[in-house]
Structure formats: structure tokens, C-alpha cells
Design a protein around this ligand. Sequence first.
Ligand SMILES: Cc1ncc(C[n+]2csc(CCOP(=O)(O)OP(=O)(O)O)c2C)c(N)n1
Ligand code: SF4
Ligand SMILES: [Mg+2]
Length: 318
Amino acid sequence: MAYNLKEVMTKPDRFTSGHRMCAGCGAPPVARMVLRAVKPEDHVVVSNATGCMEVSTCMYPYTAWTDSYIHTAFENAASTCSGAEAAYRSMKKQGKLPADKDTKFITFGGDGGTYDIGLQALSGAMERGHDMVYVCYDNGAYMNTGIQRSSATPKFADTTTTPAGSVIPGKAQCRKDLTSIMVSHHIPYVAQTLCMTNFKDLYEKAEKAIYTPGPAFLNVMAPCPRGWGYPTEMLMQINKLAADTCYWPLYEVVDGHYKINYKPAKKLPVEEFLKPQKRFKHMFQPGNEWMIEEFQRIVDERWQQLLDLEKLTNEEQA
Ligand SMILES: Cc1ncc(C[n+]2csc(CCOP(=O)(O)OP(=O)(O)O)c2C)c(N)n1
Ligand code: SF4
Ligand SMILES: [Mg+2]
């Protein structure tokens, strides 16, 4: 059925308002739209790694989650989810749970909890083939504890552990390409997305991830106004600029075949994405033009690689 935002918005909120995440934060719409993709009759077990999303949404005795919810430590969010999935499967076999009731297993983790600390658990759960979805909301730093760099932080970003100044130009290393790492696990569904175009891309990818049997991984860019330094009302513009500059390409990999879901009619220079963000302010100082040039080169190379992969993996199929 064609995507219809009005219909999607009438579905019950499984991630409710009243949470304490900041205004202009990119993470709450991710959780809300992913869970909207669950059929109303299905039940969900959510496992959530510690981080902004966890600490701000379930402050006892309140919770923003209407499904079963497990707060897990940083390093084992995926193991917790895969363990719950295995337990449900076993209980169904033993007749302890109704065979006709469908439960979906979804993990939410930040980039620190996913790219870095929980990577081993994530890799294991995906490789073992559990029927679950892992959603990384990537805000490019350990935001909850004060904006420390992670392996998802882009090169040159100013963070509290990579302060841009006369000694270093912000983060020295390139960001890890976790989506590619997950593709290398040869799981049925891997996708990268963000909130734009009335949430269509995110919703449709969440639906595919949740209803494709076996493991699936979604990497969702989720800007943070505190750590990125943009005005709160710019959230959706920042998302759009990330896609239009090809900084954050929207693509999916189904059984090894790449599909780029959004090819901007006019690919914008990456400055357009960098400029509204204070974490990249130093890149616009006279003498630092080389930083923007290098950032652009990295973005262009990765975009070209994706175009090549799309061509290559679909030629093979033809
Ligand atoms: C093993 C461990 N190390 C450190 C912490 C402290 N800690 C809690 S949340 C957090 C940052 C989480 O970063 P990320 O996963 O990117 O989520 P975000 O806060 O950015 O949403 C840290 C370092 C912890 N809870 N457990
Ligand atoms: S600090 Fe950033 S990631 Fe955390 S709730 Fe606020 S805006 Fe969201
Ligand atoms: Mg983070």
C-alpha cells in the first residue's frame, strides 16, 4: 500500500509525548516512527542501551514506551534483545505463549552504544540470525555524558574530547562506516535513513526491517542541537541538508543488493550541511578552507562508492 502520512499518524503512538528529550532533538521522531511501523495487533519487546534516549524516556515512575521495555547496559543491548527473542521462540514451542501472537524485538542504541561499546553484542546477534531489528540513532557523539567523540563522530567535529583550536582541528579521524560493517554480516536487510519527506523513507525502511524474517539493521541519523550547535527549529532542515549534500546517503541493502533511495536532483556542496552547525564553525575560519575541501572529498568518495556498488550488485542480478 502506498505510504500515506495521514494514515500513519492515526496509528497509536507506541513512543509517547511527555518524554524529557531536548527540543529539536532528532532521536524522538526516530523511535516514534519506527514503532509506528509495527502493526497495531503486534506486541514489541524494546531493548534500549543507556544514552539520551534511555535516560530521558523512562524516569521512574514514568515511561514514554507503551510496549515491553528493557533498559540494558551500554554493551549488551543487542544480546538482551536476542536473548528475549530466543526465549519467546522457545516458550511458543513449549506452548507457554500463544502460537498466533506475534512479538517483534527491537533494540534502540546511540552511536556510542552501537559503533563502539555494543558492537560485539550487535555483531553476534546479527550473525546468529535472531529475528530482531537493531536501530542505531546516530547523533555522532556520546551526548548524554557531555558530547564526547565516538567512532561515529565526523572528521573535524569539535567535541569536548576533540576540542578544535590551535592544537588540533577537531576530531582527527574519519567516522566509522558502520552501515557497511553491517552489510558485511550478510543479513537480510540493512538500511541507512533519516527523517525527511514526511518520514516516508524511515517508515518504509522500519516496516521492511521489522517484517523481514531474520536480523535487520537500521542506521538513522539523529541530529542533536546541543552537540551539533544548530537552532532547535532547524532539525528537519539539517536532516534534509545531510541527504541533499550526500553526507548521509539514504540507501538499503537487500540480500546484498544496494539501492540508493534518494539521489538529490542537485547535489549540494557539503558546506551547506556544515555551516549551520557550531561544531564545524572553525572550518569556516580563513586558512581552514582545506578542512572543507577534505570533508567534501570524503563525502564525494563515499557517494561514488555507493553509486558503484548499486550498479555492480544489480548488474550481477540481471
Ligand atoms: C559501560 C558504560 N560506560 C559509560 C557509561 C556512561 N554513559 C552513559 S550514557 C553515555 C553516552 C551514550 O552515548 P550514545 O550511545 O551515543 O547515546 P547518546 O547519549 O548520544 O544518545 C555514557 C558514556 C555507561 N553507562 N556504561
Ligand atoms: S543532548 Fe542531544 S541527543 Fe540528548 S536529548 Fe538533548 S538533543 Fe537529544
Ligand atoms: Mg550518541
